[in-house]
Design a protein around this ligand. Structure first.
Ligand SMILES: [Zn+2]
Length: 338
């Protein structure tokens, strides 16, 4: 991968992360460029006709405001050192100028400084936007009101970079080396439930003749099973949609999936320290595992699917987490054909 920055270097991600990180992430690369740290999926980095990257938090111009009234445990704030945070979303708390500056810095670090950028107004749907020449000059970076309303982008146009924004939801990048097509997907629990990743593959097949067996998939930083507590409604929805859903949840899946209103909470209650309120009847969802399974079921060979497996809520030093911080920035996952 080439970049416009004068001084760049890549390092094994293992070198910057805590020893407790999952082994799977060892193969991902942390590419340093222009003061930023960009995560690269190794199988995508090998394709010289495309550029891609997942942003991280440090190195931008933004200052994430302090957390509001504390709920529960004190929040661990990012240690981005005075350098500021790389917020890439037009959030209420940040200024437009800073976000534009951050985005410019990010795309330059990707070597995509001169490419057309297409972003989305994301709505937690399964809507997919196919980018072609008709999108220009209308759909372009910088004006969120002009961006298409959808949660996935596909294209075969060169010199266009597709970008999705996340802060806990799973960003997914797809590349089809045979047809030279790419996709960027935003997949939270609603998108996952709607199988947006599989539908994006279907759209690539329809538009470009993509075969799922050829596709390389990279699942970037999202909230982990450790931190993503969901309600019983989510359990029931997933149970109704996926025979294997139980594998993606920790907690009393069967009791909640079957709609029992009064499952036996005693085992959970007795595990709580004295004086703490009982936990609500909830379980934890693994969005990465679910999206991995959905892509595999759609025909992408498992060896061609890689996941970072870093939890955004555990690692607010590296990422943004809406669940943990509420007022926070947005990461970007971007991919494009040179
Ligand atoms: Zn976590």
């Amino acid at each position: 991968m080439t970049t416009t920055a004068a001084k760049t270097k890549s390092s094994r991600l293992r070198g910057v992360a805590k020893p407790s990180q999952p082994k799977k992430s060892a193969a991902w690369k942390l590419h340093r460029s222009g003061g930023l740290q960009i995560l690269e999926a190794p199988q995508l980095a090998r394709l010289d006709w495309l550029t891609h990257g997942f942003s991280t938090r440090p190195g931008g111009a933004s200052e994430v405001p302090p957390a509001g009234p504390a709920e529960g445990a004190p929040l661990k704030r990012a240690a981005s050192g005075g350098a500021g945070a790389l917020n890439l979303g037009f959030t209420d708390w940040d200024t437009r100028d800073r976000v534009v500056e951050n985005r410019g810095k990010f795309f330059r670090a990707l070597g995509a400084g001169k490419m057309r950028v297409v972003t989305l107004r994301q709505i937690h749907s399964d809507a997919i936007h196919c980018v072609d020449r008709a999108d220009f000059p209308a759909g372009s970076d910088g004006d969120p009101a002009e961006a298409p309303k959808a949660d996935a982008l596909v294209t075969r146009e060169p010199h266009v970079i597709l970008a999705v924004q996340t802060a806990d939801c799973v960003p997914i990048l797809l590349a089809d080396p045979k047809r030279r097509a790419v996709a960027a997907i935003h997949s939270g629990w609603r998108g996952t439930l709607a199988r947006i990743a599989a539908k994006t593959l279907g759209r690539m097949q329809m538009e470009f003749g993509t075969r799922a067996a050829d596709v390389i998939a990279a699942l970037g930083p999202g909230i982990g099973r450790c931190c993503y507590e969901v309600g019983s409604d989510v359990v029931r929805d997933f149970h109704a949609q996926f025979p294997e859903a139980r594998e993606w949840f920790d907690g009393p899946f069967d009791a909640l999936a079957s709609g029992e209103n009064d499952p036996n909470w005693l085992p959970w209650l007795t595990m709580r320290p004295p004086g703490h309120p009982p936990p609500p009847p909830s379980v934890h969802l693994d969005l990465i595992a679910a999206n991995r399974a959905i892509l595999a079921a759609a025909g992408v060979p498992p060896r061609q699917i890689s996941a970072l497996d870093f939890c955004t809520a555990c690692r607010t030093d590296l990422f943004f987490s809406y669940r943990r911080e509420r007022t926070t920035g947005r990461l970007m996952a971007a991919i494009g054909i040179r």
